[in-house]
Design a protein around this ligand. Sequence first.
Ligand SMILES: Nc1ncnc2c1ncn2[C@@H]1O[C@H](COP(=O)(O)OP(=O)(O)OP(=O)(O)O)[C@@H](O)[C@H]1O
Length: 288
Amino acid sequence: MNQQTPSIDGEHGPADEREVVLSVRDVHVAFGSNVVLDKLDLDVYRGEILGFVGGSGTGKSVLMRAILRLLPRQKGEIRLLGADYDKVDEATRVELDMRLGVLFQHGALFSALTVRENIQVPMREYLDLPKVLMDELAELKVEMVGLAPDAIDKYPSELSGGMIKRAALARALALDPDLVFLDEPTSGLDPIGAAEFDELIARLRDTMGLTVYMVTHDLDSLFSVCDRIAVLGNKHVLVNGTVEDMLSFDDPWVQSYFRGKRARMIPDRLPASRTTPQQAGSQKSEAT
Ligand SMILES: Nc1ncnc2c1ncn2[C@@H]1O[C@H](COP(=O)(O)OP(=O)(O)OP(=O)(O)O)[C@@H](O)[C@H]1O
């Protein structure tokens, strides 16, 4: 995908009318001679759930970390909420960071802190709030992600895998972000827990207007909650669009992934409920 790529207009209007909250252009990341990402372009639109997929080791985590500035990149521009991270002053950078939430794979909660304290970590880092207000906010976040109220004073070791994911999501939402990055949020969950987590993500998008960038291998998530899917291959985004676009895209990996045995086991791959205002439009790039 690039700015010159023709886009398919959706039923809700031309694709380019949507607000781009994350824009990645011509990104190049290498570790020594190992080039992981090259000439990579990607847009994420406000209010959508973008599913980001690709084979193992293709660079999904590397891209997420490069976007979050946890890894250096050799080339390329990354604009978040309209601002070029590399060109803004430190105060603006902090403001931008506050508008992002991240759920790392496996939750990555601080094991020595309770759920309440974990949720309050970003509040302590960025805000100067009285304890009573931070407690109220933490309680609100716990409720928002569907955890029982008594989970708030538990330590991560006392929680199930699904509860850890929810607690980590509550922490990612601590500062009411515009955009959340989720790294394989349903991995390790049983199918029911994973489906409930997907529903939670969709509900938060609908109620908070959240934009979601979700790295996932979970075909159920891709088919049920993602408005758009981007596929990483050959070091860049091979194609992005709806499930329907994936099914018709002529690439061996994309075909085997979306039409393979596991995909065929999902009974209703294109439920009508997938059509949302955020789903308007899709774009394709040329496979190389
Ligand atoms: N810090 C690092 N130093 C050197 N090489 C790295 C580093 N991080 C990632 N890589 C390399 O970058 C490539 C892409 O890794 P990455 O973890 O992004 O893959 P992925 O698409 O997320 O894979 P998976 O789906 O298996 O999690 C791999 O070859 C990996 O070895």
